[in-house]
Design a protein around this ligand. Structure first.
Ligand code: HEC
Length: 143
């Protein structure tokens, strides 16, 4: 009888294969998720998120009774400038007439508001409602 070490038990070998398999699976999942994220263009969602924050700031101004031009105009100017990039952000939608109609309605609301900025909080309230319904109109059709 030689005293060669006993081969590892079958259970231990299965365990090692299982652990290696789990680690390889986890690494490959992370790599796959990264690859998918890199392929997706972050621009459209980023544009919408910045527009969302600007609208939220306008509502906050209204709630805090800070409805003067200095609080409101920079937000409106930013929204107006961002609205120019909607065609760029949604190239698949830009030839859709309804998308254009919603985008122009949104720009028109902002043009009016920039030409005649809200004079008090009641007017800012009405503007915020109008903006909300402009956002919603497009989202109902395209989001
Ligand atoms: C002319 C069309 C249009 C207008 C106007 C519009 N949106 Fe959007 N919005 C979209 C589309 C299309 C999506 C879907 C984007 C996607 O999932 O890729 C979207 C998605 C969003 C999202 C979700 C982004 C995400 O993470 O998927 C937010 C937030 C948003 N919009 C905010 C706003 C706000 C706030 C306004 C108004 C101030 C607004 N949008 C006006 C077309 C519009």
């Amino acid at each position: 009888m030689s005293d060669t070490p006993r081969p590892p038990s079958a259970a231990l070998r299965y365990l090692v294969v299982l652990v290696v398999g789990l680690i390889a699976g986890a690494v490959m999942t992370v790599m796959a998720v990264r690859a998918i994220q890199e392929r997706r263009d972050p621009f459209p969602e980023s544009l919408m998120h910045v527009m969302g924050r600007q609208s939220q700031l306008l509502r906050q101004s209204q709630e805090q009774n800070r409805c003067a031009g200095a609080d409101v105009l920079p937000r409106l100017q930013t929204l107006r400038a961002l609205s120019n990039d909607m065609d760029l952000a949604f190239p698949d939608l830009r030839d859709d007439a309804r998308f254009q109609q919603h985008a122009s309605q949104f720009r028109a609301t902002l043009n009016d508001a920039l030409a005649t900025p809200p004079a008090d909080c009641a007017e800012l309230g009405r503007l915020n409602e109008q903006l909300k319904s402009d956002c919603r109109a497009c989202h109902q059709d395209f989001r």
